[in-house]
Design a protein around this ligand. Structure first.
Ligand SMILES: [Zn+2]
Length: 457
């Protein structure tokens, strides 16, 4: 079985990019069990480990595993389903919620999440930060495909009268999900956003996260509608709350200020989006040691604009695809390319540090892992680290000639160029196959779910 942990093996490629130090030409990584035993030149390591088998990937780069800091795997079945309402964020959320809540069974959510994890594995993603309405689906998906990650169980309702009930339910959900935790997959919590969680729920979930030492993720400062509700108490979200008879007093401040004054930033949350943040907001994020999941493609596709990413240089940050309902792919190399191009668009004409391909590669790997709260146990190619790595072919017509592999990865490459994905020493994807799942069975179920989601069945 290919998905078994292998004996000591030397993976060789034209380039090895450890991220934390210089690129190694004609390099190799020795993997022993689930750990990296050595990183260096191919010639040196083949001599040093004469008993080990070796495999040469040729004109390719070995990099640390790519990290997707913000996804909604359970929504994978919504890919391409919401384009007709993209101009109206409220209608978009409503159409998505109706389909998820009324047309998909728990097994559908699980299959949808597993297809998302399958896509991630093919894209060289080894670690995921996933927000989920029913965490069991994402836990199962990550466990089945054998990716690493944190599943943030969501709590959603802007109605303060629901807060106690939702908090009790969250505790029950988390207790159940903790039973499903593995060495690779952990549980977190997510009060959905400042606009979809009441103040009471926000504070309650934060207190719970701090007491139970659970990682916390929240959507923040994503849209104009959210901005208007928080700062002025008007706009489409305010109108919807009024129509539903939900009392929601506008704090008259920015979403980040609001999260700060309500104590949410004390939990050092992962903040998804941060499109609409000013200098004071960025300072608050930095002071709180919170981190940001930057989702440039989703933000652009939904017309929310783009985050001032060039001003996030001192903040812990990684990239997120968001759901493929708003992307439409899980492709962190492409996400990194968009981030790099947009950072340059924003660049201060007075000068300021240029955001480079090397920066983007670091944020797509090590940066993302740190943003999710991991130390360096797997996120850089270091001896003793768990072997999470991705091998990307760099010999395509769209990549040749390669002058610098980091430039080729960020500016010329995409998920489709990934040759191998390894998590904790286990080959999860290679030779076009995800080794851990039955692709055809899953594909047939996705076709069924597509019919159900659209209401045709
Ligand atoms: Zn999201």
């Amino acid at each position: 079985m290919r998905n078994k942990i292998q004996p000591t093996k030397i993976y060789c490629a034209r380039w090895v990019i450890p991220v934390t130090r210089r690129t190694i030409e004609d390099g190799a990584v020795v993997v022993a069990g689930k750990f990296i035993a050595s990183v260096g030149t191919r010639a040196k390591l083949v001599a040093q480990f004469p008993e080990a088998s070796s495999e040469d990937f040729g004109a390719a780069a070995i990099i640390p595993g790519l990290v997707n800091c913000h996804s909604h795997l359970e929504l994978t079945a919504m890919r391409g389903y919401l384009e007709d309402v993209e101009g109206d964020f409220f209608a978009w959320l409503r159409k998505l919620t109706i389909a998820r809540m009324t047309r998909m069974t728990q097994d559908d959510l699980r299959v949808s999440a597993t297809w998302g994890a399958f896509e991630a594995a093919r894209a060289g993603v080894t670690c995921v930060g996933d927000a989920s309405s029913w965490g069991d689906a994402s836990m199962a998906a990550l466990r089945d495909v054998r990716l690493r990650g944190i599943v943030y169980q969501e709590a959603i309702s802007p109605d303060a009268r629901m807060a106690d009930e939702l908090l009790s339910k969250l505790r029950v959900d988390v207790a159940r999900l903790r039973e499903l935790e593995t060495e690779l997959v952990r549980v977190g919590v997510s009060p959905h956003s400042p606009y979809a969680a009441s103040e009471k729920l926000l504070e309650g979930v934060t207190d719970y996260a701090l007491a139970a030492k659970l990682p916390l993720m929240i959507h923040a400062a994503e849209s104009e509608a959210e901005d208007k509700l928080l700062k002025h108490g008007c706009g489409i979200f305010a109108e919807s709350l009024a129509r539903r008879g939900i009392e929601w007093r506008s704090p008259r401040m920015s979403p980040i200020q609001y999260l700060s004054t309500r104590g949410v930033l004390v939990a050092r949350p992962l903040l998804a989006h941060c499109v609409r943040v000013d200098t004071a907001d960025i300072e608050l994020i930095k002071e709180a040691c919170a981190s940001v999941a930057h989702c440039p493609k989703s933000n652009l596709k939904l017309g929310h604009g783009h985050a001032p990413f060039d001003r996030f240089l001192d903040i812990s940050k990684g990239f997120g695809s968001d759901s493929v309902a708003s992307n439409n792919t899980c492709d962190m190399l492409e996400e990194a390319r968009f981030a790099t191009l947009l950072a340059r668009l924003n660049r201060d004409e007075e000068g300021g540090e240029m955001y480079t391909a090397q920066h983007a590669l670091t944020d797509a790997t090590l940066g993302g892992a740190r943003a999710l709260g991991y130390e360096e146990q797997f996120s850089a190619l270091n001896v003793g680290a768990e072997a999470d790595l991705t091998i990307v072919n760099l010999d395509g017509a769209h990549q040749v000639p390669v002058h610098d592999p980091a430039h080729a990865l960020i500016f010329s490459s995409s998920a489709r160029d990934v040759a191998l994905t390894m998590v904790a020493g286990r080959e999860v994807y290679r030779d076009g196959q995800v080794t851990t799942i039955d692709e055809e069975r899953l594909r047939a179920r996705m076709a069924e779910i597509r019919e159900k989601v659209t209401g045709d069945k």
